[in-house]
Design a protein around this ligand. Structure first.
Ligand code: PEP
Ligand code: MN
Length: 343
């Protein structure tokens, strides 16, 4: 439920509500909007009789409204305004369509550095790259670990691009936080609740990918774990889901983009690389995703996709990435957005 405070309510009233909730074993999440200050109440509310009536008696409280959806802190009802996340000056969830690009996995210093330079030159705003790789097969490349993080951090430094990279386990969060500007939780970990709790406590933005076979509701409930730990800097990423179709690696669920915008205040990034698994499909699905309202794109790029240790089939060459940027920019403009590289 949401406790809506009266206009002009004072800090002491707000603190009183927060303390009262804590006393009842509940959590209060404060959101100060331009028009209203609200406190989202989460916890096992159903066991407390008359909670709504009791809170409505507290000084400074205008009204108490139940949230109808199972996800609470991510819902539009809790915060009608879009969340905008500032990552080193790059704003995710604002007017700009933010492109995150780079290799699937960090492999060598030259591969990481040349890719970072190429994607930056084409207008990418954030560097992506994996050092801890989740793999379906134990015999696939599993990443360079901290060595990979170091390579990515060097490329981040040289090019002035914030870095997004995956954290696979709760124990690695402390290490990855040292190198990354955004922590990526991969599709295979979407319901790793211990990891979600841990990144929820990190002081870094998090991007949560949709699980391989997750419904949108399951995904938003996973997001709720992170928000409930107090981390409000959360980005969602649609990366395709498993369907009966075998022509593509996954089925890119473009419809999830407007649904997420309708139901939540969180930014959503589209990943047509994993969403399709085929490089020729990446640009058309990137265009479709931006047309549908995606706040950004995550694109895999490799100097020589045929020699990539991971995900070569879906990786774009530097030239193809440049083409993608040129084709997506007018789509962004057509839907009232801006995009770096579009000038
Ligand atoms: C990735 O981004 O490289 C990745 C492993 O993605 P996903 O978790 O969506 O499969
Ligand atoms: Mn990949």
């Amino acid at each position: 439920m949401i406790v809506v405070m009266k206009a002009g309510s004072q800090d002491k009233d707000i603190n009183f509500v927060l303390e009262r909730l804590q006393g009842l074993g509940l959590q209060g999440h404060l959101s100060r909007g331009v028009e209203r200050t609200v406190i989202g109440v989460v916890g096992v509310i159903s066991t407390i009789p008359d909670l709504r009536e009791r809170l409505e008696l507290v000084a400074g409280v205008a009204e108490v409204v139940p949230i109808s959806k199972p996800f609470k802190l991510s819902s539009r009802e809790f915060d009608p305004q879009n969340t905008v996340i500032d990552v080193g000056g790059v704003k995710i969830g604002g007017r700009e369509v933010v492109v995150m690009a780079g290799p699937c996995a960090a492999e060598t210093p030259e591969q990481v550095m040349s890719t970072a330079r190429a994607v930056k030159a084409a207008g990418a705003r954030i560097l992506r790259g994996g050092a801890f790789k989740p793999s379906t097969s134990p015999y696939s490349f599993r990443g360079l670990g901290e060595e990979g993080l170091k390579l990515l951090a060097e490329a981040r430094q040289e090019n002035g691009l914030p870095l997004i990279t995956e954290v696979l386990t709760p124990q690695d969060v402390e290490l990855v936080v040292k190198y990354a500007d955004i922590l990526q939780v991969g599709a295979r970990n979407m319901q790793n609740f211990i990891l979600l709790d841990e990144v929820g406590q990190a002081k870094k933005p998090v991007m949560l990918k949709r699980g391989l076979s997750a419904t949108i509701q399951e995904w938003l409930l996973a997001a709720e774990y992170i928000l409930a730990q107090g981390n409000r800097e959360l980005i969602l990423c649609e990366r395709g889901i498993r369907t009966f179709e075998t022509y593509t690696r996954n089925t890119m669920d473009v419809s999830a983009i407007p649904i997420v915008h309708k139901e939540t205040h969180l930014p959503i990034i589209a990943d047509p690389s994993h969403g399709t698994g085929k490089w020729e499909l990446v640009t058309p699905l990137a265009m479709a995703s931006v047309a549908a309202g995606a706040d950004g794109l995550m694109i895999e790029v490799h100097p020589t996709p045929d020699a990539a240790l991971k995900d070569g089939a879906q990786s774009l060459t530097f030239e193809h990435f440049g083409d993608l940027m040129k084709k997506v920019a007018p789509v962004a403009q057509a839907v009232g957005r801006t995009m770096a590289g579009s000038r």
